[in-house]
Design a binder for this molecule. Sequence first.
Ligand SMILES: [Mg+2]
Length: 133
Amino acid sequence: MKMLIVDDSRINRKMMSKILEDFGECDTAENGLEAIKAILESWKNQQSYDLIFMDIMMPVLTGVEALQKIRDMEKKQGISKDQQLKIIMVTAKGDKASIIDTAKAGGVSGYLVKPIQKEALHNEIKKLGFSPK
Ligand SMILES: [Mg+2]
């Protein structure tokens, strides 16, 4: 499977890539805008992402803003709800306001709370029907 990790922290990107290596290939992006560029590129190459991990607190374009833009882009492309990109939001502990904002912005496939634990991460992926390669 092909994944995209979006996080402004280089340490988090590295750590998540390491935890996810059993599941497949990971691209990384440093903020929401970079994520959108990566997604557009993946569509152009007809190699869309199977799963995206989106941090919420990021400069330039936050995770919630990026989610909203992605859902708008999908709508414009005529992508139906069940074909939407699977996005797991990564939140800071206790950040309920962001979770509510995300819920308004568009459907998400799950939430992970920082600090990321390997088991929690693997469980979220498995819940979506993916398994290690
Ligand atoms: Mg962040």
